[in-house]
Design a binder for this molecule. Structure first.
Ligand code: NAP
Length: 501
């Protein structure tokens, strides 16, 4: 059984001086340092470090350009540098499997490595079998993940082989983060992190700070349950910061990860089938975001799995909860919108019931908000740029619709923006003229980025009560937390995580 997974920081620059970088890596929590001599571009500095500062184990790597490295000289010069550094007894020496290079003399352990920047083969077994049979001290194989499903396949190799021999199995790219964080859960020899943003030695590598603070590296263990957000793209999602901070505050043994899933029903279905069939992955709950909310509802329906009444009315699932016999689909956007509206004093304690509400937009958010408000007896009118879409949604839900160019004449007690007008980077835009903003109107913008949109700033200036999309985000995330962990969410922690992002 291998020891705990090591946290390796890769150093790729000669400035600041290497000893300074090594000490910073140690202070930041690194267990081992990789000296990427191909990128550092100063062999003397690497040699001096190996001779003078041995406070932490080192991996020496002179990566060839063919395997994604920065080596600019010819192959003979590269091998000569490897031999020179090997003679200084680094703790580990990395040599590419495909280079066919015989390990040089020296006291070190050999990491036999393979890097595929083009993707990953269907037969991952063949690669690992051929490398393992050579019996190096450590086998390291790194591929490029299209999306989260590819990363799960890499983790399968780690799970099957990683506890019986020192193994590194990682995926590069944004979708590979899953393999880098869960390396510890499945007993990898190490995972790599960069010392600071922009100093990554491979695409998709997190900083050591994010790995430890956002992704809870120090807490991850074999039994840690896995959560995540499936969408495309998901790199901007606040979910990881918010849910990991909430689990940390509540002492929940879990980790929440971004899960990029290519934007087709088939690819989401393949991922959900895979994580259902492979219970060892320990996926216990998922958030689902654009463009997969309808796809998730379709997958549940096709597999005969239950969907809540609200998710059915919304026609969209934003939350999957693992149950003893599969998955349950829920929509927490709807309840989150109500939670947000009820933070307005005029709408608290049941006062929301029966109010007249004008909704701008007819997409996924509008559908969830309208469905929730109709359940509360509100009289809802939908205004949308695409008139037909507004009429379709209104007839499906049983409410009114009106032309987009009549939105300034609306007189609902509550005005809700469910369009993307005013969202970053379009922060100077507002979906309605100021004349619509009578002081008695409660104005709710579902946009949470920025927290205070042009619409909300104008409404506040005219004396309206305003509600930010941040409140809806907090509300929907809090409901997810309760569904997954069976307890109330720490609302202050959720808000702080959003503010700090
Ligand atoms: P969606 O399904 O793509 O719908 C987008 C809506 O915006 C459509 O009604 C579209 O009108 C309208 N729209 C886009 N550009 C417009 C423009 N220039 N002028 C007028 N209307 C325009 O997206 P969604 O999922 O509903 O998301 C909409 C907003 O809700 C986003 O800003 C998102 O951040 C927010 N949201 C917030 C939360 C939260 O937790 N706070 C949760 C979900 C969504 P057409 O039909 O005419 O194209």
């Amino acid at each position: 059984m291998p020891a705990d997974t090591l946290l390796a920081v890769s150093l790729t620059r000669s400035d600041p001086p290497l000893p300074e970088q090594v000490r910073a890596a140690i202070a930041g929590g690194a267990d081992i340092v990789e000296l990427r001599a191909d990128c550092i571009d100063d062999a003397d500095a690497v040699e001096q470090l190996l001779n003078a500062l041995r406070e932490i184990p080192y991996i020496v790597t002179v990566r060839s350009a063919a395997e994604g490295g920065s080596w600019k000289g010819d192959e003979g010069e590269r091998l000569a540098l490897i031999e020179r550094l090997a003679a200084l007894s680094p703790d580990y020496l990395d040599i590419e499997w495909k280079s066919g290079f015989n390990p040089p003399a020296g006291e070190y352990k050999l990491i036999l490595s393979h890097h595929d920047f083009s993707g990953m083969p269907n037969d991952l077994d063949a690669v690992f079998d051929q490398m393992c049979v050579l019996k190096p001290d450590v086998v390291k194989a790194v591929f490029t993940a299209r999306d989260a499903l590819d990363s799960c396949r890499v983790l399968e190799q780690l799970r099957r082989r990683g506890r019986s021999r020192p193994l590194v199995a990682l995926a590069m790219g944004e979708a590979g983060l899953l393999t880098r964080v869960l390396a510890k859960k499945f007993g990898a020899f190490l995972t790599f992190a960069s010392p600071w943003p922009g100093a990554e030695s491979a695409p998709g590598q997190p900083t050591i700070g994010d790995l430890r603070k956002v992704y809870r590296w120090d807490r991850i263990a074999e039994q840690t349950r896995v959560f995540g957000v499936a969408g495309w793209p998901v790199s901007h999602s606040l979910g990881p910061r918010v849910h990991n901070a909430a689990m940390e505050a509540e002492g929940v043994d879990g980790v929440y990860l971004p899960l990029p899933v290519e934007p087709t029903y088939e690819r989401l279905a393949a991922l959900l089938d895979y994580i259902s069939d492979n219970a060892w992955l320990d996926f216990a709950g998922l958030s689902v975001t654009i463009p997969h909310k309808q796809n998730a509802a379709r997958w549940l329906q096709g597999r005969g799995k239950p969907v809540s009444d609200m998710a059915r009315r919304c026609g969209a699932v934003n939350t999957l909860v693992r149950t003893s016999d599969g998955w349950l689909g829920e929509n927490t956007d709807a309840g989150g919108a109500v939670d947000a509206l009820e933070t307005a004093p005029e709408l608290a304690n049941g006062a929301l019931d029966g109010k007249t509400v004008d909704i701008l937009g007819a997409g996924g958010a509008a559908r969830a908000v309208a469905a929730a408000l109709l359940e509360r007896g509100c009289q809802v009118t939908i205004f949308n740029r695409d008139r037909r879409r507004a009429a379709d949604l209104a007839s499906q839900l049983g409410c009114a619709s009106a032309p987009w160019d009549k939105r300034a004449a609306g007189s609902g007690d509550v005005l809700i923006n469910c369009t993307s007008v005013g969202m970053t980077p379009d922060v100077g835009a507002s979906p309605v003229p100021e004349s619509r903003l009578a002081p008695s109107t409660v104005v709710f913008d579902t946009i949470y980025n920025p927290a205070r949109t042009k619409l909300l700033a104008s409404a506040a200036a005219r004396g309206c009560t305003i509600v930010s999309g941040v409140e809806m985000f907090v509300g929907q995330a809090a409901r997810q937390f309760t569904l997954w962990h069976g307890r109330s969410a720490p609302l202050r922690v959720l808000r702080r995580a959003i503010d700090g992002s």
